[in-house]
Design a protein. Structure first.
Length: 178
């Protein structure tokens, strides 16, 4: 079975570094903020060419903080465009394909020993948290179609070339079996 994500393999490749870092934190007793966080902030800022860095608890908090720093407030419109910075190359975490019959593709891949995932089964405009915007089914047909068709394939750094070829062959088999 090729797992959708193999965190054990990832951990095994960096286990020594993680254990050293965790042990240093335990030895200092500084579980919140402290020297380890300050060191991370300055090293990361230097890595990306910034004057300062601020560690936060999640990507959502980072986005929220960036919007606040930019002066964006309630009711403001934010338009984004994809930009790939040099330091951000090769950090993609989803390899998605589309199929008009996603259920059959997912079943076929599972039969061939390939785990998959569905990341966004409900389009944003139909999610409970956005109900107050007043959008209904059919108002964003492409988003709704993508929510029905997109299937995420295994993708992580420890995926071997043999496993990648196996996944590709399983997808190819399904596409040409129809």
């Amino acid at each position: 079975m090729i797992p959708f994500l193999d965190l054990r393999a990832q951990y095994a490749s960096i286990q020594g570094d993680i254990q050293l870092a965790v042990n240093r934190v335990f030895e200092t007793g500084q579980y919140i903020l402290g020297d380890a966080v300050a060191s991370f902030e300055s090293e990361f800022a230097r890595y990306v060419g910034a004057d300062h860095g601020i560690a936060v608890n999640s990507g959502t908090s980072a986005l929220h903080l960036a919007l606040l720093a930019a002066g964006v407030g309630r009711g403001d419109e934010v338009i984004t465009v994809p930009v790939e910075m040099p330091y951000a190359r090769h950090v993609y975490h989803i390899y998605a394909v589309r199929s008009a019959d996603r259920t059959e593709l997912q079943r076929s891949l599972q039969t061939h020993g390939v785990q998959t995932g569905i990341h966004y089964p409900i389009p944003v405009h139909l999610q409970e948290g956005y109900r107050d915007l007043g959008y209904g089914a059919g108002e964003f047909p492409e988003a709704e179609r993508a929510a029905r068709e997109v299937l995420s394939l295994p993708m992580y750094p420890e995926l071997s070339n043999i496993q990648v070829e196996f996944v590709a062959a399983a997808v190819h088999h399904n596409v040409h079996a129809v």
